[in-house]
Design a protein around this ligand. Structure first.
Ligand code: ADP
Ligand code: MN
Length: 407
């Protein structure tokens, strides 16, 4: 039986609902969700590999609704997660058991309270069909894993934020939000943000040293005129040794990944309402520089001369590389295989043909940056209906903004 203390609330969510969990090592992110989100992940990982590449690694689902789960939780981990490492699997099972035990304990306590109350009220009847709201969870790769001080920005996509099944009241409420935020002007808004040693005033930092921007920031402070500068605060931060050069390199890395997102969305047929792009990068400038240097292969690349460009196949989480002087020179796609050429005295790269490490999961740690598409509670596949222009508008605005920041 796992120890209660092992299970942890996930502390790095910058937006969204409560109740997210992670394991002690922080590799997994477990989020209570609706069936629609599970269906969307399943379909993506089954039939749309390029799209799935934009998402956090999907490891499966857990159903955690009553004490019986403690005994048969293992059967609930679908075959679809065959590829997940034994470590992940054991960890998920362990957490699931703990969670189920916690839920059972909470339910028992509620029953006891209700029973106590019923003694004063003969008309009370136990409600057998009562269900906790969080009986399904999706198990994902934790996008913040592998960072020392993850800076995180959740950009909620869309001018239209409500799905076809939304009631009129919700449509009106969300359209009003669109009207008064950058969802209207740019097709996205900052739903939440956290920046290590961010902002002007250290008094505002939390215990771990982060300036946390909650959902009101993106609704009340950010507008069409200051949005570039607000995102500048996310990327550039002299207090954490992220100077102009380093910040520009990060912005350029995000531009490249955003262009990939644009390209994949433009050739996919989805409708996503209130999905987000989750930007994460190393918020400690010294750790960021170290992480970039850490990509150096143990054996130096064969002579890379200007005359003979070095073919490059990168499958690292960052694609930022440095030359011999430590100058940052070449951001590439995130986590995707890219074939290209690189010229000059290159210090950091993975050469084509270099065998990929067995435990690839950990090969690229510590991490530099990550861009992931998340939150598919209101997302569907719509074969035959063409690309999701509503989400694409936001992606294209973000490309322009990050291009501006990379200048
Ligand atoms: P909700 O439906 O509650 O909005 P989201 O999927 O948007 O759920 O997640 C809420 C927050 O949790 C996000 O803003 C982000 O900070 C965090 N989050 C979501 N998915 C991941 C993930 N795979 N790894 C790390 N953090 C995540
Ligand atoms: Mn969300």
């Amino acid at each position: 039986i796992p120890k209660h203390a092992d299970l942890q609330p996930y502390n790095f969510a910058v937006a969204g609902h409560d109740g997210t969990l992670c394991d002690p090592e922080g590799e997994l992110f477990i989020k209570p969700c609706v069936q629609q989100e599970i269906d969307f992940y399943e379909k993506a990982f089954k039939d749309h590999p390029a799209f799935a590449d934009l998402m956090p690694e999907y490891l499966g689902t857990l159903v955690l609704n009553d004490a019986s789960d403690v005994h048969d939780i293992e059967e609930q981990i679908p075959a679809a997660v065959e590829h997940m490492t034994q470590h992940f699997k054991e960890e998920a099972v362990r957490m699931a058991k703990q969670h189920a035990a916690d839920v059972a304990a909470a339910e028992a306590a509620k029953e006891a309270d209700a029973l106590a109350a019923s003694k004063d009220n003969v008309s009370w009847k136990p409600n057998k069909s009562r269900k906790i709201a969080t009986d399904k969870s999706v198990v994902l790769e934790n996008a913040a894993y592998g960072f020392k001080r993850p800076n995180i920005l959740d950009a909620k996509l869309g001018q239209r934020l409500w799905a076809d099944d939304a009631p009129m009241e919700k449509r009106k409420r969300f359209d009003e939000i669109t009207k008064v935020t950058t969802n209207g002007s740019h097709g996205f808004r900052i739903a939440g943000m956290r920046v290590y040693k961010g902002g002007e005033n250290p008094d505002e930092w939390d215990q771990e040293g982060y300036k946390v921007y909650n959902k009101d920031h993106g609704r009340l402070v950010v507008n069409k005129d200051n949005v570039v500068d607000e995102i500048r605060k996310f990327i550039f931060n002299p207090r954490a040794n992220i100077d102009e050069d380093l910040g520009r390199a990060v912005a350029e890395a995000f531009v490249n990944d955003l262009k990939r997102v644009e390209q994949v969305l433009a050739s996919s047929e989805t409708r996503m309402y209130s999905a987000s792009l989750l930007f994460t990068f190393e918020g400690d400038g010294d750790a960021l520089r170290a992480a970039i240097e850490n990509q150096t292969p143990t054996t130096p690349p064969k002579e890379a001369t200007e005359k003979e460009p070095v073919p490059l196949a990168s499958r690292v989480d960052s694609g930022i590389v440095m030359d011999g002087e430590g100058e940052i020179i070449l951001p590439q796609g995130n986590g995707t295989t890219i074939n290209g050429v690189i010229e000059g005295d290159v210090k950091v790269l993975q050469l084509a043909g270099e065998a990929e490490s067995d435990d690839e999961e950990f090969a690229s740690l510590p991490k530099i940056y990550s861009l992931k598409l998340i939150d598919f509670a209101h997302a569907t596949w719509v074969p035959g209906q063409g690309p999701d222009e509503n989400s694409l508008f936001g992606v294209r605005s973000l490309i322009k903004i990050f291009e501006e920041l990379a200048k």
